[in-house]
Design a protein around this ligand. Structure first.
Ligand code: GLU
Length: 418
């Protein structure tokens, strides 16, 4: 993660939106401040018998529209400010998609790659014991995020249910299928992003079957994005990378096979070991001459330093917070079509919401039904942002803020808070 504070970025974005909507200073302050946050110390017995104390957070940014909702990240560079920023973006994400939910986020400072499976399980259970009073199906519903998995969600759900003395599947989403997970949740973030790319390509008259794509980050979102770009559109994946570096493959009929890149990452820990490719850095990948650039890693990779060098026609932000406000201005001026994070990656939380509905009703939809409902939600959200951006002559991120913030402000007014 860069030296830029993501919460400062999130607050600047709200200031810009408050100006457009002419919001009062008190309403703006409310929108720029998390409503509640919990800081916890987590003692965990390690396999060698020692005890390590981890730091964890859960932030409920705003729950005017419904229970707080948002993932939990396990990351060595986690800070309270990254969690605050991410919880703020969750608030706008659920509002933009018109889900009856607020925004929250959690994080634990740890490097899950250095923990054994049983240490990871003890850490996950300890976290739930520490935040038990704070979360719940009608209060705050966590989910997976960077370095957290359906298995971790299963342990957390089990710990919560054990304390509650009853099955509480609805306390968390992104669970494995046999434990109330929703069909289609696994690739929902990437699939939702594909729907916004499809609509953007229509609006910009780009033929996706001839498009070239570069993807930064090859975790859950990045891998599925590569797979689906090829599968749904027939686009050519010309570059991929992860935290260790990347590879690029250009020339006629060239392209990276998404599943080969996936096995390479699993076997060697990085996509940069794919044979027969040109090695490139993360920075180089962002500046490639491609049609579509998909940031799918961590925050602040597109800044005022490199925004001017971006050649992609569409930047589809599958990660949260990849672009700084200064970079946004440069991209807009240069005519780059940015599909902002809390629109582009909203497929994950949308299917999480479907999972909550299925859990409440003790009923399972099939994958086709989930995909159809996701498509409807994402398509509507994309077009409402595009129209707003044209109407107000503002960039796509500001347009997304306008739509989302209006809804949160309306809910706070109706509840009599402001
Ligand atoms: N972590 C995902 C996000 O940032 C999903 C959150 C959820 O499903 O609640 O949108």
């Amino acid at each position: 993660m860069s030296g830029i504070n993501p919460f400062e970025v999130a607050r600047q974005q709200i200031d810009a939106c408050a100006k457009i909507l002419k919001l009062s200073p008190s309403v703006t302050t409310m929108l720029k401040t998390p409503m509640r946050e919990l800081h916890v110390s987590l003692p965990v017995k390690m396999d060698d018998g020692s005890v390590r104390i981890f730091q964890g957070f859960r932030v409920q940014y705003n729950d005017a529209r419904g229970p707080a909702k948002g993932g939990i990240r396990f990351h060595p560079d986690e800070t309270i400010d990254t969690v605050r920023a991410l919880s703020s973006w969750m608030t706008w994400k659920t509002a933009l998609l018109d889900l009856p939910l607020g925004g929250g986020k959690g994080g634990i400072i740890c490097n899950p790659k250095e923990l054994s499976t049983s240490e990871l399980e003890r850490l996950s259970r300890t976290y739930i014991r520490a935040i038990y009073q704070f979360v719940g199906p009608e209060r705050d519903v966590p989910a997976p995020d960077v370095y957290t998995t359906p298995q971790i969600m299963a342990w957390m759900m089990d710990e919560y249910s054990t304390i509650a003395g009853k099955s509480q599947f609805g306390v968390i989403t992104g669970k494995p299928l046999p434990l109330g997970g929703s069909p289609g949740r696994g690739d929902a973030t990437a699939r939702g992003g594909m729907i916004t790319i499809r609509e953007a390509a229509k609006a910009l008259s780009i033929d996706l079957s001839k498009a070239t794509v570069a993807i930064q980050g090859y975790g859950n979102a990045g891998y599925h994005a590569a797979r689906l770009c090829k599968e749904l559109f027939g686009s050519q994946i010309v570059a991929v990378c992860d935290s260790k570096g990347g590879v690029c493959c250009t020339g006629p009929n060239a392209g990276i096979d998404p599943s080969e890149a996936y096995s390479c990452k699993n076997q060697t820990s990085s996509v940069c070991n794919l044979p027969g490719m040109k090695q490139i850095s993360n920075e180089e990948l962002l500046e490639l001459d491609v049609d579509i650039l998909i940031p799918a890693a961590v925050e602040n990779c597109i800044t005022d330093k490199n925004a001017g060098k971006i050649k992609a026609k569409i930047v589809a932000e599958l990660s949260n917070g990849p672009t700084t406000p200064e970079a946004d201005d440069i991209l807009y001026k240069n005519g780059v079509h940015v599909i902002p994070d809390f629109l582009c990656n909203a497929g994950g939380v949308t299917v999480s919401y479907f999972e909550m509905v299925q859990n409440f009703y003790m009923y399972t939809w099939d994958e086709a039904e989930v995909r159809e409902k996701l498509d409807k939600k994402m398509t509507a959200a994309y077009h409402s942002v595009l129209e707003t951006s044209k109407e107000y002559k503002i960039n796509m991120r500001q347009a997304a803020y306008v739509r989302a913030v209006e809804r949160v402000v309306e809910a706070m007014k109706l509840r009599g808070w402001i």
